[in-house]
Design a protein. Structure first.
Ligand SMILES: Nc1ncnc2c1ncn2[C@@H]1O[C@H](COP(=O)(O)OP(=O)(O)O)[C@@H](O)[C@H]1O
Ligand SMILES: [Mg+2]
Length: 263
């Protein structure tokens, strides 16, 4: 884990990773020989159709599941070398997770939801100031004593993002974080993620199928049928429409190529 230049270590990387799910006699190749490097401080969007393997890639990189083959490294740590128990500890301390469905505990206040990962990791809040600052940055400082039910969708997602950051993780993984929100609220969540990256050098990997969400990232990785078919910086797309066109071009281009080889 040591290096003279910490910036030279990627926040997360997967090398030649495949994942096959087996269900009885049936098996699904969810990922095929995927390699990806996420540099520190970068905001990466993973796009692809439903079933293309986006969540599987996120679950592998966040140590929620293990690959069938290949190597996953997070924060300089090889996942394969950790026992299940060590992996759980590592995940709790070094990885932040944000889901489409927020996944807040309904009987706990926003404050206790945010602090939950600290307690799960056997830690306690260093100081009230830490929580206060985080809540202020996320715009939920006056909502901390409410139960999730009393919060809007956007506020619930802000609480979930605060929860993902409370352990000061090396990387945050977000799976369709705007998927349950209206477009204006979704945009405010995108802006928040962008700010966390720009101002706090947070590393973020976000799954989305919406170009208007992906445009907020630094780069886009396109998955199709379990393989990475392209990667490009969002800079080359002026806006969400141009990103949508680029994405379509990639996906249909790959489909045409496949048809050609099949024919
Ligand atoms: N736990 C699982 N058991 C069996 N098949 C799964 C499991 N999780 C995902 N899959 C399959 O793997 C493929 C990729 O799924 P997923 O990663 O969830 O795609 P996405 O997030 O892009 O929609 C799909 O065909 C899906 O049905
Ligand atoms: Mg998914």
């Amino acid at each position: 884990m040591s290096s003279s230049d910490p910036d030279s270590i990627s926040a997360a990387s997967v090398a030649s990773v495949s994942k096959t799910y087996r269900q009885g006699s049936r098996s699904v190749d969810a990922l095929r020989n995927v390699s990806l490097d996420v540099p520190r401080g970068r905001f990466v969007a993973v796009m692809g159709a439903s079933g293309s393997g986006k969540s599987t890639l996120l679950h592998l990189m966040s140590g929620l599941t293990r690959p069938s083959s290949g190597e996953v490294q997070v924060d300089g740590q090889s996942i394969a070398s950790l026992s299940d128990q060590q992996l759980t500890c590592f995940r709790r301390s070094r990885i932040g997770l944000v889901f489409q469905a927020f996944n807040l505990v309904p009987s706990l206040s926003a404050r206790d939801n945010i602090l939950f990962p600290l307690y799960a990791a056997g830690r306690s809040l260093e100081s009230e100031g830490v929580l206060k600052e985080l809540a202020e940055q996320l715009g939920i400082a006056d909502r901390l004593h409410h139960l999730p039910d009393a919060l809007s969708g956007g506020e619930q997602q802000r609480v979930a993002i605060a929860r993902s950051l409370i352990t000061n993780p090396a990387i945050v993984f977000a799976d369709e974080p705007t998927g349950s929100l209206d477009s204006a609220t979704g945009e405010s969540i995108c802006r928040l993620l962008r700010t966390l990256c720009d101002q706090q050098k947070r590393t973020i990997v976000m799954v989305t199928h919406e170009p208007s969400v992906a445009i907020w990232a630094d780069s886009v990785v396109v998955l199709k049928d379990g393989a990475i078919v392209d990667q490009f910086p969002t800079q080359i797309c002026g806006d969400a429409q141009s990103l949508a066109a680029k994405y379509q071009e990639i996906v249909t281009g790959v489909a045409a190529k496949l048809a050609e080889t099949a024919g």
